[in-house]
Design a protein around this ligand. Structure first.
Ligand SMILES: [Zn+2]
Length: 540
């Protein structure tokens, strides 16, 4: 080998070594972020138009929002060119609760961009909350979780299935239990006044119970007593309960659920806007579907349930009682002034006793039974289902125009009213899989009912404000890095009533407390979620 060649090769070697030292030195010295999201369109949750920026994350928090952050400063980079970067969606109305322990990956919510779930809605929570929180923290969950404390749960603990108003002593015990749950970390009180035993309570009872929330802060959320012809009075009752205690009021899953009040939005806007005008903080949530989902008990006269299930079954033996119950079911569920065949609008979603009914409507079930599809037979079928208990159903009972008009109101946020789902389990309402992506795909992109910025606000900072979260729901330096990154041209729900177990499309990355739970559309299996405690947490 010639001298020249040796010198040349040595020079190259030294140069490579030099580069190596320089490069590794630079990297070590300048890694400032665990993760940087580059070139995304930032929709910060405030409702403002998007802007372009890079986001730097360290640990659990957003630490930098800059025009440009060098990729070399990041341990990891997410390239978000062409994608929207939004705060993680906060679902203020779920029934996730205890299912968190069985479905800790929260997949049906993560895949629609949700990073925080609120449970304990409609008057029912997992009692006692302290125990649930400990179990959930031990298990580890993908999403953050907060819970309300439910009036039905508390009332049942203290009074069983009694119809009367509470005695002074019972009232004291209910307030003590609520105080205990607030100190365990509940973010407020929920009622389910169409459900048992909440349906037995009067306004005074609820005003007094809600005073416990006023002691520490928190809000009052209500599944109101009536979502049909008496909806205005029902909203006014919820407002009274909040107003007398000086606490915010959240009216849950708002809807005009009776064809006789369809397209009469003023029945909702009038009481809400009057209250807001006089200084009561009232907000609402809705899901973007024309069908509801619940059990059948609210269709029956409520007194037949007094004292519990055995008493109910006993009472039904009496022909007179049965006839009265049947008439109520026909009146409440199976009568239409618009000539709609109601038997075709009610589907069984899940039934342990009759799994063969799942996904079928009442007309189809009667046909299966070889019975004529009459209203009479439909009522008998509903009563049979209630006798079996544990049946949930889907009711097509709203008008699309009302869903759209409600969405245009600035004080209405998005909430699924769904629960955690195992793929293939029953025939649930598709809202559990597609609420948030359906708003983004169908109502924003396809129908242009509201703008993208407004839709994101309704999913992020508005629920955060209602819950008094000071470090979530917006993209801000110092806030938790709960982020949803999606393709605005692709995002859509795919779950349908016929085929509900379908994950959404177009959500690309989801971060919870800085860690990915969805990456390039695939679940990571990580469980970085936290319990979000209410204002009384830890107080003596
Ligand atoms: Zn409800």
């Amino acid at each position: 080998m010639s001298k020249m060649k040796i010198r040349f090769m040595l020079t190259i070697l030294v140069f490579i070594l030099f580069l190596g030292v320089l490069f590794s030195g630079c990297q070590k010295a300048e890694i400032k972020y665990d993760l940087v999201i580059k070139n995304g369109r930032i929709l910060d949750g405030s409702g403002n138009p998007w802007f372009r920026a890079d986001i730097g994350i360290r640990g659990q928090r957003i630490v930098a929002i800059r025009d440009r952050i060098e990729a070399s400063q990041a341990a990891k980079v997410i390239e978000a060119e062409g994608l929207v970067v939004a705060p993680g969606f906060i679902d203020i109305h779920t029934h996730a609760d205890r299912d968190l322990l069985n479905i800790p990956g929260c997949e049906n919510y993560v895949s629609q961009g949700v990073t925080t779930l609120v449970g304990g809605n409609c008057g029912g929570h997992d009692f006692p909350l302290a125990e649930l929180f400990v179990s959930v923290e031990k298990k580890g969950i993908a999403c953050n979780f907060a819970s309300l404390a439910g009036h039905n749960t508390i009332r049942r603990q203290v009074m069983g299935m009694k119809m009367e108003a509470p005695t002074t002593e019972e009232m004291v015990r209910m307030k003590d239990l609520l105080r205990q749950e607030m100190k365990a970390g509940a973010i407020g009180l929920s009622t389910g006044l169409a459900y048992l035993p909440g349906t037995y309570s009067r306004t005074e009872e609820l005003v007094e119970l809600a005073s416990v929330v006023a002691e520490s802060g928190g809000f009052y959320a209500s599944h109101i007593r009536n979502q049909g012809k008496r909806i205005t009075e029902a909203i006014e009752e919820a407002i009274t309960i909040g107003e007398k205690n000086g606490i915010p009021v959240q009216v849950s899953h708002i809807k005009l659920a009776d064809e006789e009040v369809w397209n009469q939005l003023e029945r909702i806007t009038r009481p809400v806007e009057a209250a807001r005008a006089r200084g009561v903080e009232v907000t609402l949530d809705q899901y973007p579907y024309t069908a509801t989902s619940s059990g059948f008990t609210s269709s029956l006269p409520q007194d037949v349930f007094e004292g519990g299930r055995e008493k109910f079954l006993e009472r039904l033996q009496n022909q007179e009682v049965y006839a009265r119950v049947k008439q109520a079911v026909i009146r409440n569920r199976l009568t239409s002034s618009r000539g709609i065949d109601k038997l075709e609008t009610i589907y069984v979603a899940s039934s342990r006793k009759f799994p063969g009914y799942e996904g079928k409507n009442l007309k189809q079930i009667l046909e299966l039974q070889g019975k004529p599809a009459t209203v009479e037979n439909g009522a008998d079928l509903i009563i049979d289902l209630v006798k079996e208990g544990d049946v949930s159903a889907i009711f097509f009972q709203m008008d699309e125009k009302d869903v759209e008009d409600l969405m245009k109101l600035s004080y209405v946020m998005i909430g699924s009213d769904g629960g955690l789902q195992v793929v293939g389990g029953g025939s649930p309402h598709p809202r559990s899989y597609g609420t948030f992506t359906r708003v983004l795909g169908e109502y924003v992109r396809e129908r242009k009912i509201i703008g993208l910025e407004e839709a994101i606000r309704k999913m992020t900072s508005l629920p955060a404000q209602t819950m008094r979260l000071k470090d979530r729901g917006l993209i801000r330096e110092g806030y938790y890095a709960d982020l949803t990154i999606f393709d605005p041209a692709e995002v859509k729900d795919t779950a349908t009533f016929a085929d509900p177990h379908q994950h959404s499309r177009g959500i690309v990355h989801v971060l919870v407390n800085g860690r990915p739970v969805l990456e390039e559309g695939s679940f990571t299996g990580q469980r970085p979620g936290m319990i979000i405690h209410g204002p009384a947490f830890g107080k003596k």
